[in-house]
Design a binder for this molecule. Sequence first.
Ligand code: ATP
Ligand code: MG
Length: 555
Amino acid sequence: MAEETGRNFIHEIIDADLESGRISQVITRFPPEPNGYLHIGHAKSINLNFSTAIKYGGKCFLRFDDTNPAKEDDEYIQSIKKDVQWLGFEWEEIRFASDYFEFMYEMAVRLIKKGLAYVCDLTAEEIRDYRGTLTEPGKNSPYRERRIEENLQLFEEMRAGKYADGEKVLRAKIDMASPNLNMRDPIIYRILRATHHRTGDDWLIYPMYDYAHPLGDAMEKITHSICTLEFEDHRPLYDWVVDNTDQDPKPHQYEFARLNLTQTIMSKRYLKKLVDEKVVDGWDDPRMPTISGLRRKGYTPEAIKDFCQRIGVAKANSEVDVKLLEHCVREDLNNRALRRMTVLEPLLLEIVNYPEGKTETLVSDNHPMLPEAGTREMTFSKYIYIEQADFMENPPGKFFRLAPGKEVRLMNAYIVKYEDVVKDQDGNIVKVLVSCDFESKSGGATAGRKVKGTLHWVDKATAVPAVVRQYDYLLKPAEEGERQDFMDRLNENSLMVYENALVEPAVKAAKPGEQFQMVRQGYYACDYKEFTPEKPVLNLIVGLRDSYAKAMQQE
Ligand code: ATP
Ligand code: MG
């Protein structure tokens, strides 16, 4: 299996290509269109392209596929570069498809001269009608037999701006009866007056993706052009362009299954809609499946790459459980995140037999499995906050937290026993009175006494007010049957903010972006945009419970 050996079918192909002598070095590329931020699906492609190059001592280019000026933006270019670097990959060089516009134009002229491309005056709608269907062949365009000289002149005039947008196109002359619709004289150039983010207003005609991509691959001498399965039936056109423009060496296209994740939207177009309609707070909102969203949430590059390794690379589409992604980050952080305590909804405890004004310093491990991670100091005194949910006046059975008649351990400190509850006029609980068993101090000689519940807490005297953001999935599970618009599946409770949370003082020293395990709560990251030592802002990365690992064990 892929997860044991890291091998996949692309590696098999490469081994054969090296052996047969088709190639001597592996060259790949990751070719995003700069029309949005990268998402976790792109991470799969990045990981595949870059790791393959690394494995074979080859090269990987980062190529911006910027042939559609209407949607592209420099903001996207910057974010894509940052994401690839953050994942830990180094590109050979950055290239832009627009670097090759002149070359692509020349190749189009070559096709015209060979009688393999023609200028067509049909409207977009007519072209569609003439194209036929899966069961019916298409019809030849009345412009298909234009003479080569006329085509050359018209194409030059298209470039020079003689015609309006959409008035003419350049089409490859292949076969209007081909069973593959992509081969029915596809459009390879269109007229478009739009300012390009790099070439400005130099060009009035732009190449189409299916024509530009193989030529970009040829320019970089890509040996294995890896794309997703929906391009499988574009491959004959890819090869047609490579062959008929006489590229040497010839790049080859290979397809793999795109990543689909449960409860996750994975299309830039839809993600952009969430940003534009302000459903989320930007592309890097921690609820977004974008790489920048995952980073802001607190994911590590290691967890994302581990996930990409585990899902492997297959030729059949499937849906991966988003819980596997969560499992990967939980496992990574369990091994290295320092332990801290936070109380989200504080309830005051007064320790009646603890001297007023006294404060002890307790020393606790930063990580139970990593002695080298050292220790941190916490204070303990008469007034302590616990979680409201950890106290019940009339608890059901098996409530192993604080309640009348019960004792609990305050983690790394003392065992305390319920004494009384203090309420305001309206009957709301103001504080709970407890007494402390001074013999029970954690780590002390007589600490061995066991109680059923252990609670996290913070000391009122030193606790730091914090904002803690809990996240849930952006989408509710899809309903069976009918296809639902994802906007109707939005989870209105995907963000919950604890404005009055408290954290232990050690959190003040955190670096923005640093991750912690908040004991009994989950893994949290210090929001790298908003965190300050005076007012820590924490984002939930993932809860502690691993339903994925459990499900795997039961299988
Ligand atoms: P989207 O449909 O989300 O806009 P895209 O395919 O249009 O994605 P590109 O910028 O063209 O996005 O993609 C760059 C590369 O990433 C392509 O090679 C594409 O195949 C790959 N890619 C995009 N989405 C996924 C995915 N979900 N799983 C694996 N690879 C993906
Ligand atoms: Mg695309």
